[in-house]
Design a protein around this ligand. Structure first.
Ligand code: PBG
Length: 324
């Protein structure tokens, strides 16, 4: 009790460094990359200053820059030239993500872990994350699973090191695990977007990935932001189905979920610091309302403190430079 105990004693100078509990490192970062088949030169995403849609010809160069900063991994999102109701350009050998994976792996080999997002929304003309029954306007769960398995196998064939299903279909992890194993990819890990909320913070991403939807919204498959116990049920299922890494998304508004997932399962846990979280800091910093670097550090270290082992973030390159 005061005056014997004075916590301020440890808050000065180098002592403060000595007792720091959470260390943010470049090894904790995953950088997203958007590759777009419709463009010839990089196009900045207007709602995400500093983040670009890249043509295939630039993707290896960008990946090399990321690897040279010491960042261990990227997650790839593709925008195809052709979209239809079945998302048929999601799983061909020469489609955009598969081609991007091959180019990055040819340039960098084991220097960079290439993770691919497994979802249909960037490839469907209606923008939903699965096969749609147009009469009932329903996103059909079980017919979608087969497609997700095909996408995962096509990515693994192209050389992806890890796949990350993000569509929140029931049974997606099991379906992908089975498809990968049958195709001989039993050593490819699955990072499941296990607790993914129906969040407005994905808004800027949908501009970037051209994945906005033509009717309804994603609330019939993504989780209600008001629910915490349901996240534990979602994660339990994914663990049972064979997920290797659990992800919580978004990150900052859901730190309680990150904490619960890490403490209840003790499994490798990722958090996705999503597009809206990026844009808010960028917008405030551009107006001089917030110190950008400090806001980045404080956000990322808080996500780690909550229990994330690593963070998928559009700030990965900025943070890697800051941590040098
Ligand atoms: C695809 C997907 C989305 C994000 C990652 N994968 C969009 C969505 O679910 O609508 C969002 C990422 C971000 O906002 O940064 N299903």
């Amino acid at each position: 009790m005061f005056p014997e105990i004075r916590l301020r004693r440890l808050r000065k100078g180098k002592i403060r460094d000595l007792v720091r509990e959470t260390i943010l490192s470049v090894d904790d970062l995953v950088m997203p990359i958007f590759v777009n088949e419709n463009i010839d030169s990089p196009v900045e995403i207007s709602s995400m200053p500093g983040i670009y849609n890249l043509p295939l010809s630039q993707v290896a160069k960008e990946a090399k820059e990321i690897a040279d900063l010491g960042i261990p991994a990227v997650i790839l999102f593709g925008v195809p030239a052709f979209k239809d109701a079945e998302g048929s350009s999601s799983c061909g050998e020469a489609d955009v993500v598969q081609e991007a994976v091959r180019r990055i792996k040819a340039e960098l080999g084991d220097r960079l872990v290439v993770i691919t997002d497994i979802c249909m929304c960037e490839f469907t003309s209606h923008g939903h994350c699965g096969i749609v029954d147009f009469e009932t306007k329903e996103v059909l769960n079980d017919p979608t699973l087969e497609v997700l398995g095909k996408i995962a196998v096509s990515h693994a064939k192209a050389g992806a090191d890890m796949v990350a299903p993000s569509g929140m279909m029931d049974g997606m992890v099991a379906a992908i695990r089975e498809a990968l194993d049958i195709a001989g990819f039993e050593n490819i890990p699955i990072m499941s977007y296990a607790a993914k909320y129906h969040s407005c913070f994905y808004g800027p991403f949908r501009e970037a990935a051209e994945s906005g939807y033509s009717f309804g919204d994603r609330s019939t498959y993504q989780m209600d932001p008001a629910n915490g116990d349901e996240a534990i049920r979602e994660v339990t299922l994914d663990v049972t189905e064979g997920a290797d890494i659990l992800m919580v998304k978004p990150a900052l508004p859901y730190l309680d979920i990150v904490y619960r997932v890490k403490s209840e399962f003790g499994m490798p846990t990722a958090a996705y610091n999503v597009s809206g979280e990026y844009s808010m800091i960028k917008a405030a910093a551009a107006r001089g309302w917030i110190d950008e670097k400090k806001a980045i550090y404080e956000s990322l270290v808080s996500i780690k403190r909550a229990g994330a082992d690593f963070i998928i973030t559009y700030f990965a390159k900025d943070a890697a430079r800051m941590l040098k």
